[in-house]
Design a protein around this ligand. Structure first.
Ligand code: ADP
Ligand code: MG
Length: 229
């Protein structure tokens, strides 16, 4: 589904991703973990064409998208849920969804709203008036109505109350059941381990560890060394 091969990404002279390789197979939920500032969001931006790599190759469904413009990458079928949600605050919920909707897949408005009942009852509310948790749900719903083949979620639980984290978890569980491929960037270890099929850990711009979630759960040394927990 997604193949990232030896990707090197810079911000100006600042060398952030120093040879990242990672893959997401169809239907897989892949967790990308790592401390703050190691380059997780930069990888998301590289995938989406927002900060393209200077070296390396990114393939989506076997097509080279390394230098494809961002707007085309979204249309090729990668749904992006950016860190910090970035919903359109001055648009209401329905309008936020209409911006990305693409009516040629399983994720119709109705089906997406079935996943997020809280949003259904508030379609005319301005996104800027929603709670952080509701905005996160909206960001996920907005990505889904674009009918992506792959969902790229960057720290979706960040700043959410425990109840909303549980709600989001339920949604990710349902997406997984539906066969959606997900690259889940997370700081909350237990949340990621609950849904991931495979885990990659990043440190200073490289992948330093790859394992099964149950292996990491019982690997105290790796958790402390790579994640500081
Ligand atoms: N727009 C930017 N310009 C310059 N440096 C940046 C920019 N965004 C992030 N960085 C730097 O790149 C590194 C990786 O950041 P980021 O990818 O956001 O990490 P993470 O998502 O893992 O917390 C950090 O050192 C950060 O300060
Ligand atoms: Mg980040």
């Amino acid at each position: 589904m997604l193949n990232i091969e030896d990707v090197h990404t810079y911000y100006g002279d600042s060398y952030v991703l120093q040879g990242v390789s990672l893959e997401v197979m169809p239907g897989q939920v892949v967790a990308l973990l790592g401390r703050n500032g190691v380059g997780k969001t930069t990888l998301a931006r590289s995938i989406m064409g927002l900060t393209p790599p200077r070296k390396g190759v990114i393939r989506f469904r076997n097509a080279d998208i390394t230098h494809t413009p961002a707007h085309r990458i979204a249309r090729l079928g990668i749904g992006y849920v950016p860190q910090g949600r970035q919903v359109f605050r001055s648009l209401n919920i329905r309008e936020n969804l209409q911006v990305t909707a693409r009516g040629d897949g399983q994720w119709t408005f109705e089906r997406v709203l079935d996943l997020f009942p809280n949003l259904r009852s508030r379609m005319r509310s301005l996104a800027g008036k929603l709670s952080g948790g509701e905005q996160q749900m909206l960001a996920a719903a907005r990505a889904l109505v674009g009918n992506p083949g792959l969902l790229l979620m960057d720290e979706p639980t960040e700043g959410l109350a425990p109840l909303m984290v549980r709600e989001l978890g339920r949604t990710i569980g349902e997406l997984k059941q539906a066969g959606t491929s997900i690259l889940l960037i997370e700081q909350q270890l237990n949340f990621a381990l609950r849904y991931a099929d495979i885990v990659f850990i990043m440190q200073k711009g490289v992948i330093v560890h790859k394992c099964l979630p149950e292996e990491l759960a019982s690997d105290t040394a790796a958790k402390s060394r790579f994640l500081g927990v």
